[in-house]
Design a protein around this ligand. Structure first.
Ligand code: 3AM
Length: 180
């Protein structure tokens, strides 16, 4: 199954993110229930491997912490296709990410190679008209780039399964791990 590890977001945060999405240029906004902060994308994994990972994730000991947003950004270089809310890389977050990476290795998995850039994806834009998308996203960023968003408390994280449906992607929580 296709899986990932993420921090879910409280309603106090998803509500203003959804209000922000309402002003997006045409594209595919991420559904409110799917807004999350990915710690690690795992790709397709055997159930037995995920069981081993679950055991390792249960063993992570870390305290809850606060996060805040630092603005909006795009992925895709000068042909941006993904708009996200940037999350400040607090040391508690990078520490949790490091622990999750260690758990992946101990479970025999290869952690993602890309540098960890904490963010919440807000919308995706087709690449059919990259220049047009880029211009519209730049306009949106110029207008909303420093929109203040509320900080939030991270009290845990989860292991999720991602499935595709005709209506869109659906994320199901397989297990939640509390920070204490
Ligand atoms: O947190 P975001 O939205 O950036 O884009 C997917 C989402 O990231 C990403 O994993 C998160 C949960 O689905 N994702 C999906 N397919 C991916 C892939 N092949 C991927 N990340 C890297 N490689």
């Amino acid at each position: 199954m296709r899986a990932f590890i993420a921090i879910d977001l409280p309603e106090e945060v998803t509500a203003p993110l959804v209000r922000l999405q309402a002003g997006l240029p045409a594209g595919r906004p991420v559904a409110e229930e799917n807004l999350h902060l990915t710690l690690a994308f795992l790709g397709d994994q055997e159930e037995v491997v995920l069981e081993g990972l679950h055991y390792e994730l249960e063993g992570i000991k870390a305290p809850p912490f606060e996060l805040c947003f630092s603005g909006l950004g795009t992925f895709g270089g000068n042909r941006p296709r993904i708009l996200f809310a940037d999350v400040a890389p607090e040391s508690a977050l990078t520490d949790l990410h490091r622990r999750v990476t260690g758990a992946l290795r101990r479970a025999g998995m290869v952690p993602p190679r890309e540098r960890f850039h904490p963010h919440v994806t807000l919308g995706r834009f087709g690449n059919g008209a990259a220049a047009d998308v880029a211009a519209r996203l730049r306009g949106f960023l110029a207008e909303h780039g420093d929109t203040p968003l509320p900080g939030f408390a991270v009290t845990g994280f989860g292991l999720y399964e991602s499935t595709r449906h005709p209506s869109g992607v659906r994320y199901e929580l397989l297990a939640r791990y509390d920070l204490v």
